[in-house]
Design a protein around this ligand. Structure first.
Ligand code: UDP
Ligand code: MG
Length: 328
């Protein structure tokens, strides 16, 4: 974590942009983002995090930085995933307010002035909420919808629907968020967990500008699993009650068999019912073990207490660096 520079060197706004294989669209993004920054005014820094891209993203970012003193580049040592890239960016952002935005222009930078004006009303978190999902399949829309509903119900903290990471946070909200150093970073949940006065700004989400989304359904499923296991132990409770229910049914069934044997003696049938019960119980047990395993695996990962990410190099914005080290 970098200590914030003091005095006038501290920017008013930091834009945090995680980038993974974004060579095609990053220049367009920078153009639109800086145009918006100029309309908003104030001192800006733009923190690009290169999340181990396999294409020329890093070279593009360094080129941007060579021409724009507001650009900072955090180059991670490998691909750590968006959540961690975002955290690395937040760690290095020094602004009084921090805006998190995707590099693929799906979060239109033109929404930022609205975020800023709501922030100036005194809100700590201003999140951009999608009005509609252009360019996404019906299946993705419905699964996302179901997921938000489920999380709202069982997650404990209310998570706003149709909200991604695109948001503005005040300095104290960012500092609060950065105190949560867990490895399994379910950002939607973490954002919600910190609380503070929050407000939504509605916008239309654009389809991807260039390149392709790195999400697929397997990843989405794991994302959902991450959300559930990071924010609730309900599945563990369900396992307990499922076990209890099955045990009770077994007692009832056992009683029925005993009574039937007493009344009608024992004709020794029962292979189908026996195998059904055995298979069912085997299935329930394996599933329950799997649920416990999900949590155990997370405990294992957290207990290793590794750093969240490693940095290959960090290049601060020239504007800030010049102010920070007047001697050279
Ligand atoms: N991203 C990242 N690391 C990754 C995957 C994605 O930093 O491992 C960045 C990506 O460059 C983009 C943002 O996270 O700026 C959102 O990624 P993407 O567009 O693939 O996700 P979606 O928009 O489908 O949620
Ligand atoms: Mg995207």
């Amino acid at each position: 974590m970098t200590p914030p520079p003091d005095g006038p060197a501290r920017p008013d706004f930091s834009l945090v942009v995680p980038c993974y294989n974004e060579e095609a669209g990053i220049a367009a993004f920078h153009g639109r983002a800086t145009a918006v920054a100029e309309t908003v005014g104030g001192r800006w820094e733009i923190v690009y995090v290169n999340d181990g891209s396999k294409d020329a993203t890093l070279a593009r970012l360094l080129a941007l930085r060579a021409h724009d003193p507001r650009v900072a580049v955090v180059n991670l040592s490998r691909n750590f995933g968006k959540e961690i890239a975002l955290t690395a960016g937040l760690d290095h952002a020094t602004g009084d307010a921090v805006i998190v935005i995707d590099a693929d222009l799906q979060d239109p930078p033109e929404v930022i002035p609205d975020l800023v004006s709501v922030y100036r009303e005194g809100y700590d978190t201003v999140y951009a909420q999608r009005r509609q999902r252009a360019g996404e399949t019906w299946l993705k829309r419905t699964t996302a919808d179901r997921f938000y509903r489920l999380m709202q119900r069982i997650g404990g903290v209310p998570m706003p629907r149709d909200t991604g990471d695109f948001r503005l946070m005040s300095r104290r909200a960012v500092d609060a968020l950065l105190r949560l150093r867990e490895h399994h970073r379910f950002m939607k949940g973490l954002f919600a967990w910190i609380g503070f006065p929050s407000k939504a700004v509605l916008y239309d989400r654009a389809p991807r500008h260039a390149g392709s989304s790195s999400w697929n359904y397997w990843k989405l499923w794991n994302f959902a699993l991450e959300g559930i296991t990071s924010f609730t132990v309900l599945p563990l409770k369900i396992a307990t009650y499922l076990g209890l229910l099955v045990a009770m049914l077994a007692i009832v069934y056992g009683t029925v068999i005993v009574i039937r044997t007493l009344i009608f003696s024992n004709p020794v049938p029962g292979y189908p019912s026996l195998i059904t019960v055995i298979l069912f119980l085997g299935g329930v047990q394996l599933m329950t073990l799997g649920v416990i395993g999900e949590y155990l695996g997370r405990i294992f990962n957290e207990s290793k207490a590794r750093p969240l990410y490693l940095i290959e190099r960090y290049l601060p914005p020239d504007s800030v660096r010049a102010d920070r080290n007047p001697a050279g």
